[in-house]
Design a protein around this ligand. Sequence first.
Ligand code: IPE
Ligand code: IPE
Ligand code: MG
Length: 230
Amino acid sequence: MESRIPSHIAIIMDGNGRWAEKRGLPRTLGHKEGADVLRKIITYAGRIGVKYLTVYAFSTENWKRSKEEVDTLMFLFKTYLKNEEKNIMKNNVRFLVSGRKDGVRSSLLEAIEKLEDKSKDNTGLILNIAFNYGGRAEIIDAVNSILKLGIENIDEEKFSKYMYNDIPDPELLIRTSGEFRISNFLLWQIAYSEIYITDALWPDFDEKELDKAIQSYNERDRRFGGVKNA
Ligand code: IPE
Ligand code: IPE
Ligand code: MG
């Protein structure tokens, strides 16, 4: 059977802390390893023809963690932006961030905006990083933008335009580390996404794991509330 590549894949990159703890290492080293895996997966996703890749990097609830862990996550993201700029431009990747600005340092916000702007005309993979992201926050922010503009008669299509980034819904949602929950990710967009959960911890995720998720997606019977095609 020919394998269809989902046009938009979303990933909850979970399990960095457990990966490190299992090795007797600080959790922060798990995050560092996780950032390296993300780099690999972005390249591979672009190569196999994925058009949009949305990855959950930091949730609006992750501020509850220790200052040391939060600081490391912020630092790693900033370093990632600096180190990946060349690769992003070379690979024709368009870089986007979805999330709230509150609480994020201005130097990091500036680095995000700079790379979004620099890569805005790239025509390859669209990489959307969910950072300081919450699905409920996104819906509330959309409602507030709509109210501010005084728009009436909103429908689903119009509402979607007020999400942080106006991109199509993911066909496939992957969560690593074996947890069966959504953790406030893309609540609006995953209405009909196929969900794939793997026990692999994010730092152990690789190209083969992504192939397995896509294979599973290909075996699904997507009905969207209708009936199975005869
Ligand atoms: C995912 O790994 C990364 C973030 C949430 C930032 P975790 O840090 O949640 O790892 P576990 O779930 O504790 O193993
Ligand atoms: C979800 O993972 C957030 C990210 C992967 C960035 P969490 O580890 O924060 O989720 P819970 O706490 O297990 O639900
Ligand atoms: Mg976790």
